[in-house]
Unconditional design. Structure first.
Lengths: 159, 204
């Protein structure tokens, strides 16, 4: 049976530290770690002006679509995608089998600099996620007290 | 696969609406978006990546924060896939990381072959993603029950729910929001039940 990937305080602290360091060095505005399935794992920087949940879902979809294109042009992988805008640009880089790093930065910031500083960040994030993945998944969240016989619905319709 | 974030006390779950083209998958999400009762700020925007004729091109996406379980915020991400046959690669992308599936079947007699084909396509795509179908909770929704040419529910059960383990099924008229919340609540309960059984054996 598949295990539940769990991230504990220590993981998130380490991931956030890596993201903050990337923001300082590269002058990017916002940095995210997302799952390839579309989940937002962690975000740092200016997290208020953007809808990060939706960005995570769309960025993972765009990245995964590009991986399929890579296969069609006989590449094993396009490891990053870059979208250039007039105000903000975005770089998405593969971290490991499951995760991606997203950096949003002002258009005048050099994508080369962001890429340069993101490369070692990606490696360090991958190490921490590997540690989290290998941790005992049974430790932590206990859902056993959830009363599944409770007739109240999870999603309620407006009356 | 669901993500449990101990630091931010969040449980994130991905539910995908699957089924043949024009079966009502996007309508389900629109109805949930329009009618769900949530605290302010707990319902995200419904994002649709559609063609100019409103056919789903990539996916629809609706994030909702629904409940708190022992202090953990349960965040649900609802997706649809494009039903048209040519978009199979896109369906595979959307299925990545799926936790539960609502299969939206079109109840009209003439759509039965498309229902069966779409269900077989779902099984194939899960195999491609190295996911084991019996491990993934799913429910069936027999949509468009208000149309005159619908097949009886018993017939649809025979066609789509005739396996060793039968799954919950719901009659629905999605555009009137009938059967929409029933299917969503059932898949949610099945998912949470799965995590209860597998998540904490040492506490049981």
């Amino acid at each position: 049976m598949a295990s539940l990937p769990q991230l504990i305080e220590e993981d998130i602290e380490r991931l956030d530290r890596e993201l903050r360091e990337l923001l300082e060095k590269s002058d990017a505005t916002t940095a995210l770690i997302i799952d390839k399935g579309g989940f937002l794992i962690s975000g740092q920087g200016d997290t208020r002006q953007f809808d990060l949940t939706t960005i995570a879902a769309l960025a993972s979809g765009a990245y995964m679509a590009n991986q399929t294109i890579a296969n069609l042009v006989h590449e094993t992988s396009f490891n990053s995608i870059y979208q250039q805008g007039e105000k903000f640009s975005m770089l998405v880089m593969g971290v490991d089998e499951n995760c991606l790093l997203v950096a949003i930065f002002k258009a005048q910031v050099s994508v080369g600099a962001v890429k340069y500083f993101a490369a070692p960040t990606v490696k360090r994030i991958a190490v921490q996620l590997q540690i989290a993945q290998e941790r005992d998944p049974g430790v932590g969240l206990d859902l056993s007290e959830l009363n599944l016989a409770d007739p109240s619905e999870v999603f309620k319709r407006k009356t | 696969m669901a993500i449990i974030n101990q630091a931010t006390k969040e449980l994130q779950v991905k539910i995908v609406y699957y089924g043949p083209a024009m079966g009502g998958k996007t309508t389900n999400l629109v109805q949930v978006h329009d009618h769900v009762q949530t605290a302010a700020g707990n319902k995200g925007k419904l994002v649709s990546l559609a063609t100019s004729s409103d056919r789903t091109l990539f996916f629809d996406f609706l994030p909702i924060e629904a409940m708190s379980i022992k202090g953990f915020k349960a965040k649900f991400q609802l997706y649809t896939v494009p039903g048209q046959v040519i978009y199979n690669t896109t369906r595979q992308l959307v299925l990545r990381g799926v936790d539960g599936i609502v299969f939206v079947a079109d109840s009209q007699y003439e759509k039965m072959a498309e229902n069966v084909e779409s269900f077989a396509n779902l099984e194939d795509n899960l195999k491609t993603l190295r996911l084991n179908f019996p491990d993934i909770p799913y429910v069936l929704q027999y949509n468009k029950r208000d149309l005159p040419n619908v097949a009886p529910v018993e017939y649809m059960e025979f066609i789509l729910n005739n396996r060793d383990v039968q799954v919950p099924s719901f009659s629905a008229t999605a555009h009137k929001c009938e059967g929409v919340f029933e299917a969503l609540n059932m898949i949610t309960r099945m998912l949470l039940h799965k995590y209860v059984s597998q998540g904490a054996p040492q506490y049981a």
